[in-house]
Design a protein around this ligand. Sequence first.
Ligand code: ZN
Ligand code: ZN
Ligand code: ZN
Length: 422
Amino acid sequence: MTGSIEGLERFDSPGKGRGLRVTRAFKVGELLFSSRPYSYVLSVNERSCYCEFCFTRKEVLARCGKCKKAFYCNAKCQKGDWPMHKLECSAMTAFGENWCPSEMARLVARIIAKKKMQKDRCVSEKMLLIGEMQSHVEDVDNEKREMNEADIAAMHRFYSKHLEFPDQKGLLTLLSQVACNGFTVEDEELSHIGTAVYPDVALINHSCLPSVTVTYNGTSAEVRAVQDMKPGDEVLISYIDLLYSTDDRNNRLRESYYFTCDCQECKTKSKDKAKLKVRKLSDPIEPDVISNMVRYARKTIREFRLLEMCDQSLEKMGAIFDDTNVYMLHMMYQAMGVCLYMKDVDSAITYGEKVLKPFTQLYPPYSLNVSSIYLKMGRLYMVMERYSMGVSALKKALAIMEVVHGKDHYYVTELRKEITKK
Ligand SMILES: [Zn+2]
Ligand SMILES: [Zn+2]
Ligand SMILES: [Zn+2]
């Protein structure tokens, strides 16, 4: 651990390499630890909504006078951010519209700058942990290799004035370390705010029945128990969306993290039947019809872009799959997003109502996916002046958020105000 955090220790987890376990009991909702990022970057899309330095969400922020693209709470935050912002400030002005490094390239550039700054002073423990992070360079497929090469080209193009780059191999290692160990910083509705590296949170192994959840408070990651834990229990988070069936979850884990999960849920597949529920027809559906439809659903999900396509696929899949089948839920959740984008609130609510109940049954307890959908739905009901529905959904979100975000989190206090306003 960085420093040593009371109640936690590193250990060799059988079959998983290093891991983290608790040395005392923790109750549901209790904070295990909070972690400052080694390095982080705010999404380009969120500029002007969040302070670039402390990730505070505010209506009014002050702009960097030079590039006019970065926003801050005040002069103190601007000063604090300068060692990182200076990597981009003049380049953004010079390249104008053509300045377009990916978020990954931006984060890796910051890590290189930070390593250089620290080498000049002293080696921190977080930096040592960065060096130890798994990289899987040798496992990278062609598609990822092309992305990595594009990122390296972008870093040389946009950051060469300020950075001394390691050689190609060093850069590839760093990129793939960040791909495996980076965290997407999200708000309470699970919208993407930025990307960050938390070397001590990265020690936590995966399970589809996680014992903890990570939420964000400013730029800090907070790790809270979502199960009661006893001394010796391993700390386990989920690296992926847990809605899907065991096969799909493990495909995703192998693609992105190069391992297969052997947790209790992966062994028993206890929710797979519910997750892949098919319609009850007079003639039972043949297994190969189902497996063809699963293949079709996976392909459609990958290619899915527009609402029409979504409606079409819902109709097609709906002939075989039950409405609570996770592929149907995926399409309906996507359709809800498209409706919101098109400002069609009524249709968004209709789709949202179909996914709500199955979500609460199929996700583990205290899931951020469940609190965020209650939150979205609650806010939509409020917009449509359906206040009692709204308050009830917001209260359900609140109950989960009090556990995963903690009772004093900014999001939680804001939400309480939101509820009592009506
Ligand atoms: Zn700030
Ligand atoms: Zn600037
Ligand atoms: Zn699992």
